[in-house]
Write a protein that binds this ligand. Structure first.
Ligand code: SUG
Length: 450
């Protein structure tokens, strides 16, 4: 890949999670309003995967480096066996469906699609050894998500081969004190992607003396954030830990990326996002004088409207050849009059660095509380690092075509919870994933392949 002399030395790539064939609505995520609201409704896995691919294809067509991460093997028979359901695969499914349908649902979730929760990533410009560092999130707060890290680690290693450029850590110990939900609670602000950045970690649970949510769990702990900063070899002078307001966690802001998003020098956030946004601003400005803050007031967009529209779960991207930032939003933003008016005001304001908006239909994911930003893991890469990424992981028009054809061939267009016990679904998922690892050149990353 040749970079013209005027482009920055590093780019930011988005690696979106491909929605898996078992995508369903099981109401598994306590504190996630959409997950509770849509529990037990029929899902459409085919549409879900195609909606995600349409976003990937569109961003790639805009000139942004776009990658893809594979879904996981679900239903996950090894977990059901570890939980005491024995016999042939069909028997395991039947027993789980009869005796513990909640466990069958938890082991069947396609939740790995939300790759903002796959890992925390620090670019090489920020790390002591000059490598890109990955720590898969332990996702310890929910059973269905805690099943992801082992395969996530394999998928990340297959996509970003360990060695010269990429360093992979083990997930933190999966205990409440070390709860870690990955990049959804991590933002990096910088002058240029290739320049050393300010890494901002946002936690819900800190010390005993800090306020706590009363209703819903705080999924991310400060101790986990500190451990990741140490593991990645970050300069403590360039790391800021900020607490998320417990009151907004209780209103359904289960990750910071539901109420704030950063890109390059810009932080776009809701007035109620942080316990001390003044400290956050001062700290950032003292190190990055060009930092820009776009803060939305509660009187313009309430926390409830932010949660239902996912305004702050937008992606902020810098399109090649254009100045400023483009907001990639879910169509729920356009359907909410207050949110859409807020976006229009930002676009009309010449002092605001956000100057374009693009709308996507991600309804299938949104119904489980996953918006545009949840679906992607950002990885800043230099030219050499970009060349070292598994080539099959990049979205080109041809690969997007192949993946869409693969989805149309293997995915159902309707799934209800009773279908999770169908042994044919398990077979379909394995057949699809086996083919996918060939399509993407990932090798044998799934348990059923090993
Ligand atoms: O962990 N939903 C996910 C949504 C994750 C969104 N990610 C970010 N904000 N980055 C979660 O709450 C719902 C599954 C179900 O109910 O079927 C779920 O897991």
């Amino acid at each position: 890949m040749n970079f013209p002399a005027t482009t920055p030395t590093a780019i930011e790539a988005n690696f979106d999670g491909l929605v898996g064939p078992s995508h369903n609505y099981a109401g598994l995520a306590h504190g996630n309003v959409a997950s509770a609201k849509n529990a037990e409704k029929p899902s459409n896995p085919r549409e879900a995967a195609l909606q995600g691919l349409a976003k990937m294809r569109a961003l790639a067509a805009l000139g942004l480096p776009q990658g893809v991460l594979p879904p996981q093997e679900r239903p996950h028979i090894p977990t059901l066996k570890a939980l005491g359901f024995s016999g042939k695969d069909g028997e395991v499914l039947a027993k789980a469906a009869r005796e513990a349908p909640g466990l069958l649902a938890a082991t069947s979730s396609a939740s790995s699609m939300w790759t903002a929760n796959a890992a925390t990533v620090s670019p090489s410009a920020d790390t002591a050894d000059g490598k890109v560092h990955f720590t898969p999130a332990n996702l310890a707060s929910h059973l269905h998500r805690s099943l992801e890290p082992a395969t996530t680690a394999r998928a990340l290693a297959a996509s970003f081969p360990p060695g010269t450029h990429f360093a992979h850590h083990a997930p933190l110990p999966a205990t409440p004190a070390m709860g870690d939900e990955g990049a959804a609670n991590h933002t990096r602000l910088c002058a240029d992607y290739g320049a050393p950045g300010m890494e901002l970690f946002v936690y819900g649970q800190g010390s005993e003396t800090e306020p706590k949510p009363q209703k819903y769990p705080a999924r991310q702990t400060r101790a986990a954030c500190e451990a990741i900063a140490r593991l990645h070899g970050l300069d403590p002078a360039r790391v800021h830990h900020q607490q998320q307001r417990p009151e907004v966690i209780d209103q359904g802001v289960f990750h910071n990326d539901v109420i704030a998003v950063g890109n390059r020098e810009l932080l776009f956030f809701h007035e109620e996002a942080f316990v001390d946004s003044r400290a956050l601003r001062d700290w950032t400005r003292s190190r990055l004088p060009q930092a820009a803050f776009v803060e939305v007031a509660s009187q313009d967009v309430s926390v409830a409207d932010a949660v239902s529209s996912y305004l702050f779960n937008s992606q902020l991207v810098c399109l090649p050849g254009t100045a400023g930032h483009t907001l990639i939003v879910a169509q729920e933003c356009q359907e909410n009059a207050k949110v859409w008016a807020c976006i229009q005001r930002l676009l009309a304001d010449e002092s605001c660095p956000i100057n374009a908006v693009k709308v996507f239909d991600l309804r299938q994911s949104m119904h489980n509380g996953g918006g545009p930003a949840c679906l992607r893991l950002r990885v800043v890469l230099t030219e050499a690092e970009r060349a070292a990424v598994n080539s099959g992981s990049w979205i080109t028009p041809e690969r997007a075509d192949a993946l869409e054809a693969w989805v149309r061939q293997h995915y159902r267009d309707r799934l209800v919870l009773a279908d999770l016990a169908d042994p044919a679904l398990l077979d379909e998922c394995r057949t699809a994933l086996d083919r996918l690892t060939q399509l993407l050149g990932l090798g044998s990353i799934y348990d059923f392949q090993r």
